[in-house]
Design a binder for this molecule. Structure first.
Ligand SMILES: C[S@@+](CC[C@H](N)C(=O)[O-])C[C@H]1O[C@@H](n2cnc3c(N)ncnc32)[C@H](O)[C@@H]1O
Length: 289
């Protein structure tokens, strides 16, 4: 059995949310995910911010972030602006906007984000297979550049390869599992033309990270997992989903007590960097304080 088959089987345990991933605007995404208390981009924000500030100190220049599985630009909204997930849920859940056309939402959101400060000196490139979501995020200015591609099945285009060359940091929330080592295999030559950017992935505990880690290792990366800490991704969509996820975890020998058994999907944090960076400042030290 290949890793792709493994991930496909694990994905069958999870509720299918594909119908909200490619709408012309984020209202349905936030409406549905609010019900599930989807929280991982908010939990990831302070960690991504620490990485950005560490990279900024070294580079003294704008940090270029690639958000893998960027969707409607959720991580970009949180990282570019002083916004929380609850503020995003409130913004896209406003009753007055429930019946507005997608065009009106795009207009309103462009103004909304334009009027917010951008405390961080970052650029965000997004990559996702969902064309409408990426288009929305570009239109409202959350993404500085966006690439629509499914690297599990398609090659990376030449313009995308060129566009990805300046990336300093790859981030992902809720994406590994949909993507496997095949995506990273294609991504890595494009983002490592002259240096090794850092990769920061939040990964559900049901998805083993070892095959991606191996792929990264072949390119000179060392991956550290933040030990003794997990992050709530969302609550289960149904008792059936929980039951199936618990079964998967049991098969993998992962202990679910106080975590998935208590009602929430949990993610872990993996940071992949060049060996020298890991030796100089280990993950615990980098993220301390
Ligand atoms: C759970 S959503 C997470 C979105 C966003 N990162 C967040 O945390 O709000 C998963 C995203 O992965 C994208 N996705 C699924 N399969 C993909 C693939 N093969 N390549 C690129 N993106 C994919 C979906 O379109 C969706 O936007």
């Amino acid at each position: 059995m290949t890793r792709d088959d493994d991930f496909e089987e694990i994905n069958e345990a999870k509720a299918n949310l594909d119908h909200i991933y490619d709408q012309p605007d984020p209202r349905a995404y936030f409406r549905e995910l609010k019900k599930l208390r989807y929280a991982i981009p908010g939990a990831a924000k302070p960690i991504f911010q620490k990485l950005i500030s560490s990279l900024q100190q070294r580079r003294d220049d704008t940090v270029c972030v690639l958000d893998l599985g960027c969707s409607y630009g959720v991580n970009a909204a949180l990282l570019k602006h002083d916004l929380s997930m609850s503020e995003l849920y409130h913004h896209w859940g406003q009753e007055g906007l429930a019946d507005a056309s997608p065009e009106k939402i795009v207009d309103c959101d462009r103004r909304f984000f334009d009027n917010l400060d951008e405390p961080e000196d970052i650029e965000v490139i997004g990559l996702d297979q969902a064309e409408n979501a990426v288009e929305y995020a570009k239109e409202v200015g959350l993404l500085d550049e966006g690439f629509v591609v499914n690297l599990e099945k398609e090659p990376l285009s030449e313009p995308a390869k060129e566009g990805l060359a300046p990336v300093d940091l790859v981030v992902s929330t809720g994406c590994v599992g949909y993507v496997t080592e095949d995506t990273f295999d294609q991504l890595l030559p494009a983002i490592t033309p002259d240096r090794l950017p850092w990769l920061a992935n939040f990964v559900l505990r049901i998805f083993p990270f070892d095959a991606i880690e191996e792929t990264l290792n072949e390119r000179g990366y060392v991956t550290e997992k933040l030990e003794d800490r997990t992050f709530v991704q969302r609550r289960f969509a149904s008792a059936n989903e929980q039951e199936q996820v618990l079964e998967q975890l049991h098969e993998q020998g992962v202990e679910p007590t106080d975590k998935e058994a208590a009602g929430h999907l949990h993610a872990e944090f993996y940071l992949s960097r060049p060996k020298q960076d890991v030796t100089d400042v280990p993950i615990e030290q980098l993220l301390a304080g």
